[in-house]
Design a protein around this ligand. Structure first.
Ligand SMILES: Cc1ncc(COP(=O)(O)O)c(C=O)c1O
Length: 208
């Protein structure tokens, strides 16, 4: 089997605050409290993957860990080639060079690196609210100012972007950078092609 999305793993005690923090004093107010007697914890409060990592990845990590020294490193040729390959087959980008690829080990570091290219501390950044708390802390922690464009529920209770509000906030606050989250956290909307196109038109029109 290539991927296993079926097995229920007992993650307790294996670097999993998703389950270990439930009901703990240390995470009071952040993690949910223990479920009532007779109920299981359903760790949906944090976006951990609850399926096993593909075996080829696990095998490569184990093989590397067999060598006992862990020093400073630079990304390998395979690292750059794998990223260029993915962009070629998935996105049709054929001219991605090494110089255009940075090394990041998490999404939030990547977000901050991108912010630093396009804006200076003190500048305003457009985000939809409700906002993933990781974005809030890394954007404000690096000295940027967040302007929220609230998502709204339509008559069927589906969360939608408010393009007019986005446009107005961008103009009022002289914004040239936005963070666009898809699927949106929190609320779980995977934006449709038309919704993404409409948002990109707002950004493009305003040089965001
Ligand atoms: C929208 C969003 N972006 C980024 C992250 C962080 O991702 P990572 O831990 O892979 O850097 C999360 C984690 O919950 C998230 O919900």
């Amino acid at each position: 089997m290539k991927y296993d999305f079926e097995t229920l793993i007992d993650r307790r005690g294996h670097d999993a605050i998703a389950v270990d923090a439930v009901g703990s004093e240390q995470f009071k107010g952040t993690a949910p409290s223990k479920p009532m007697k007779g109920f299981d914890e359903i760790p949906m409060w944090v976006a951990d993957m609850n399926f096993p990592t593909a075996k080829s990845i696990q095998d490569a990590i184990i093989a590397r860990a067999q060598h006992p020294a862990f020093g400073y490193f630079v990304p390998t040729d395979q690292y750059y080639d794998a990223i260029a390959f993915w962009h070629r087959i998935r996105k049709g980008v054929t001219d991605l060079s090494r110089e255009e690829i940075g090394y990041e080990n998490g999404v939030l570091g990547g977000v901050v690196s991108a912010l630093k290219v396009f804006a200076s501390p003190g500048d305003a950044v457009l985000l939809h609210s409700p906002t993933y708390m990781g974005f809030t802390s890394c954007v404000t922690g690096n000295g940027y100012h967040i302007v929220h464009s609230p998502l709204k529920t339509d008559t069927s209770g589906v969360w939608r972007m408010d393009y007019e509000d986005m446009d107005r906030k961008i103009k009022e606050n002289h914004i040239h950078i936005a963070i666009f989250c898809n699927p949106h956290n929190p609320c779980g909307r995977a934006w449709s092609r038309d919704e993404i196109r409409a948002a990109m038109e707002v950004y493009e029109r305003n040089d965001v």
